[in-house]
Design a binder for this molecule. Sequence first.
Ligand SMILES: NC(=O)c1ccc[n+]([C@@H]2O[C@H](COP(=O)([O-])OP(=O)(O)OC[C@H]3O[C@@H](n4cnc5c(N)ncnc54)[C@H](OP(=O)(O)O)[C@@H]3O)[C@@H](O)[C@H]2O)c1
Length: 360
Amino acid sequence: MSNSYRVAVVGATGQVGTLMLKLLRERSFPASEIVPFASERSVGRELAGGLIVQGLDEESVQGFDIALFSAGGAISGEWAPRFADAGAIVIDNSSRWRMHEDVPLVVSEVNPDALAAHHGIVANPNCSTMQLAVALKPIHDEAGIERIVISTYQAVSGTGKRAIDELLDQSRALLAGSGMGAERVSPGSAEREIEPPDAYAHQIAFNALPHAGAFAAGEDHTDEERKLINETRKILGDPDIRISATCVRVPVVNGHSEAVNVQTRRELSPERARELLAAAPGVIVLDDPAHGVYPLAIDATGRDEVFVGRIRRDPGHERALDMWIVADNLRKGAATNAVQLAELLHERGLMGRRGAPQAA
Ligand SMILES: NC(=O)c1ccc[n+]([C@@H]2O[C@H](COP(=O)([O-])OP(=O)(O)OC[C@H]3O[C@@H](n4cnc5c(N)ncnc54)[C@H](OP(=O)(O)O)[C@@H]3O)[C@@H](O)[C@H]2O)c1
């Protein structure tokens, strides 16, 4: 086993890719070389540390030990198997391979043993699933989870940089307008004052959209809601958990929040849940609401942990708890977990070719 790896980062100029490059350096990942890839638009661009962006072609994808992907599902569908066939292990941030039966879907603190079954591609879960799984794991181990009801409050950075620009542009335009009264940030009047929305179906500034992700034809759930349901079951290894999800986009720049009702199979007190969560890897409990202490998106931003608070008994069910779970969707929700998986593959001697799975 080599102790120093040739690493490709595909989507290196994007939000997640930029952070993965930074984390590989900060966490001293044993890389002999890091090669950034992006679209043709960025080829030749110099990134931090003097790295020069390359384009994807048959020749340039050869000779890597590991490839971290964050360039969207279409690029992962086309290029992840090519990197894997050329000998690399791919860690993919897109949804393209997550539910493929030959592809482990792994959260570093939750199901690291699943990595051993890789066939050249490992999937990183969706950001809202990631933080949920980290917080639910100790509860599931102790008391068994029967049902989860979850409402997300998802930041616009989860949609990409253009969505951050859209939120800020709309906010500036609305606040800069004459007569900054409530009528300017309410439906109708406000929507006519700004450019037509592009990243979302409606104005995101001063609003909440019950529409995170996309509705496929005939579907009454968004793909984001389906991902949360299916990926959580796959990661926790329990297809019987019943999950109800509503994913909401809110005008927060970064950091996803989740209100979660967890019904367990065996009774679990809020005190014991607090103890379990405080001892769980990657979790920080912030739970003193009387003093205004609970997780906040603005505090979680820039942090790698998952924050849990407002842990309390559901007055409507003797075996259910309510809680509030917050994490940085670009860090633990994407880049941090991807780099942690690379570290685990190294530590466990799992680098090396296994052959790519067949396309679904
Ligand atoms: N944002 C999140 O919270 C989050 C969380 C989990 C997973 N993810 C997933 O991570 C991926 C990237 O998200 P992001 O927010 O980082 O997006 P982003 O900021 O829009 O970055 C997209 C990256 O993909 C590259 N790219 C686009 N088309 C390409 C092509 N034809 N060939 C090669 N590279 C291409 C872009 O390069 P150019 O700069 O050259 O265009 C850029 O580096 C998505 O699959 C997303 O679903 C995101």
